[in-house]
Design a protein around this ligand. Structure first.
Ligand code: PMP
Length: 385
């Protein structure tokens, strides 16, 4: 028997990152700079809170929107760190990872035929999310000459004025680009003028290395048209605990909660207890991790320059995005360096238009391995160019 799978599922290709992991899994000497996941363990205080929560048998569902205590702590945290003000009762939804929040937003906002503009290169889940929701993606390529920041020229060239939603991801996965307030202002003006809704994925907001993160929702007239996504996977090294959240006006969060209450009921309870502790007592752990990422970032950038590969100055997240040497496609280089030298990196094309000819290098890997991996990349370049 063959299943008659939905067209939506069939149109979405398998993840381009997976293929490289499959090659990497065939051998045991591979150093992976491919994963978008912290190498740090979850801070102990958060782990202890999860353990204590289990010991007390707190294993029931929570309120659909998340525990009241956690929503209040999120409210205080985002106010303190990013100048964002949201009412814990109606404007915050705790989800199973930022991934669930992103998916809920697409499903709550997108009708068949709607267009979602995505600033690219970007995280690979937006495009499938839009397709699963029945919408169409409009790609808005950003350029290295703009430091991979989104510009009004890029929005206009792509025809994004006709879109319904604009997806932003800054600090950016895969480029490490950030958008400062002065970069966001013209984008906000365009968004207001053309009446778009913004989905702003700010999961890397803590991971900036040259000034604090600015959320587009803090710009005039933007709070009422923006949904912000954040979570505990990156800054708090809690990927496997699956906890994130969405912030937005009550009508939007209410609509997302409508889907969430039927499809998820509530985010994982143990993780909510860990997350509350993470916000209450792990600020220093986060600062330490950010310091270490910054040290690695500088090391990786300077090594690529020594090797002779152009690399733009990534200022956020835990990625950098060097250009492959002339004569190579990103895919050929990534496959070559994996087969010949045992270093796994991801070709930039996977992240959409604008990513061609680049590699995503994750430095969520210890300095020791980074040193070895960069030496191997250097010898690959020396032997092949
Ligand atoms: N957004 C971006 C930009 C990401 O890089 C990731 C993880 N790679 C996610 C969302 C998903 O995060 P979570 O683990 O919270 O679902």
């Amino acid at each position: 028997m063959t299943f008659e799978l939905s067209e939506r599922v069939q149109t979405v290709p398998p993840s381009g990152i997976r293929r490289f992991f499959e090659i990497a899994e065939e051998r045991d000497d591979v150093i992976s700079l491919g994963v978008g996941e912290p190498d740090f363990s979850t801070p102990w205080a958060a782990r202890d809170a999860a353990i204590a929560s289990l010991e007390r048998g707190r294993t029931s569902y929570t309120a659909n929107r998340g525990t009241r205590e956690l929503r209040e702590a999120i409210d205080e945290y985002v106010a303190d760190r990013f100048d964002l003000e949201y009412d814990p009762a109606e404007e915050i939804l705790v989800t199973a990872g930022a991934s669930e929040a992103v998916d809920l937003a697409f499903r709550a906002f997108v009708d068949p035929g709607d267009t979602v503009a995505v600033a690219q290169p970007s995280y690979i889940s937006y495009e499938p999310g839009v397709i699963f929701a029945g919408g169409e993606v409009l790609s808005v390529p950003t350029k290295e000459t703009d430091d991979f920041r989104l510009t009004v020229d890029a929005l206009e060239a792509a025809g994004a004025d006709e879109a319904d939603v604009l997806v932003l991801c800054y600090p950016n996965n895969p480029t490490g680009a950030i958008m400062r307030e002065s970069d966001l202002e013209p984008i906000a003006e365009f968004v207001r003028e053309h009446d778009l809704t913004v989905f702003s994925d700010e999961i890397y907001a803590e991971l900036t290395y040259d000034g604090d993160h600015t959320s587009i929702a803090t710009l005039p007239g933007m709070r009422e048209r923006t949904i912000v996504f954040n979570g505990f996977s990156k800054a708090h090294a809690m990927t496997g605990l699956r906890l994130g959240y969405a912030l937005g006006p009550s009508e939007a969060i209410g609509a997302m909660n409508k889907i969430h209450q039927y499809t998820m009921l509530s985010a994982p309870t143990t993780a909510q207890h860990a997350a509350l502790e993470a916000l209450e007592s792990c600020e220093n752990d986060v600062r330490d991790m950010v310091d270490q990422y910054d040290r690695r970032r500088r090391f990786v950038l300077s090594r690529f320059r020594e090797i002779g590969m152009d690399v733009f100055e990534a200022k956020g997240a835990f990625y950098c995005f060097p250009e492959v040497p002339e004569g190579w496609t990103a895919e050929e280089f990534a496959e070559g360096v994996l087969r010949e030298e045992g270093v796994a990196v991801v070709p930039g094309d996977v992240f959409g238009p604008g990513g061609e000819g680049h590699l995503r290098i994750s430095y969520a890997t210890g300095l020791e391995d980074l040193r070895k991996a960069l030496a191997r990349i250097e010898s690959f370049v020396e032997n092949n160019t």
